[in-house]
Design a protein around this ligand. Sequence first.
Ligand code: BDR
Ligand code: CA
Length: 311
Amino acid sequence: MTPTQIILDCDPGHDDAIALLLALASPELDLLGVTTVSGNQTLEKTTANALRVLEFVGREDVPVAAGADRPLVRERFVASYVHGETGLDGPALPPPTGSPVEAHAVSFLAETLLAAPRPVTLIPTGPLTNVSLLLSLHPDAAARIDHIVLMGGAIAEGNVTPAAEFNIWADPEAAQRVFSSGLDVTMIGLDVTHQALLTPAHAERLRRAGRVGTLVGELFDFYHRFHHETYGFPGSPVHDAVAVAHVARPGLVETSDRAVVVDRGGELSRGRTYVDLWRRTDWPVNAHVGTGIDADAFLELLLERISSFDA
Ligand code: BDR
Ligand code: CA
């Protein structure tokens, strides 16, 4: 089987880091590069974190390109209350020894897409600033995208405000640009990711697997404190890893083809993804919207793949 070529556009971030590890450990996927964006932390920190994770598993061969250091029009807001001051608080990961490539993430995306022998799947797991810039600046390269499978939005809940999910809220103008692009977009939102929780028992199993499992266990310990205190969840959603898992194993997330419009208005509704679930409008259908997940299959896949680093 020919692996699906992917690029991960991310803002690590605990769940981005786990998504990156899952991508590296999945033989169904060929990771062409990692692009970073300001989101969970500043661009400088999310870029360093991508490098730190790749170096930890000896995958310095995967290029990292740094992108937008702020949203298109909104003020930058980082999620240190979830991910800590470094963006990856918890484990004692050393600072990176390597550097990102010289090219800006948007140029890197364009060059990589144009050079790839077949269309590429883009997996954005942070604010959509880089992707939106790519669509505007390099439409020829964007046309080489096979699918966009993004983590963001929600049908019916919010995590940064009652109305909105963080990635979409952080840069709603960019998100609307992506949803209205005409490309094949899959939205993995909170309704889905909140159904598949990584629990302390899973983390314990990972720790027993070895060095990389222990890293993920330590990431979990920090990240889970927030989800337990805020939501009372017995485990933590590994949002971004669900998007990667859905590309590695299509069908893992159940989807419905629906219209999605992003609210670019004021504070109350900013970043809300209006999903026309019951087809109440004539808005054009523009996304495969995640509605359900085989949580056990996802968690088993995640544990198996992370453990395979230490096998
Ligand atoms: C999303 O926001 C970030 O905090 C996570 O990394 C994830 O991409 C969840 O709302
Ligand atoms: Ca993220």
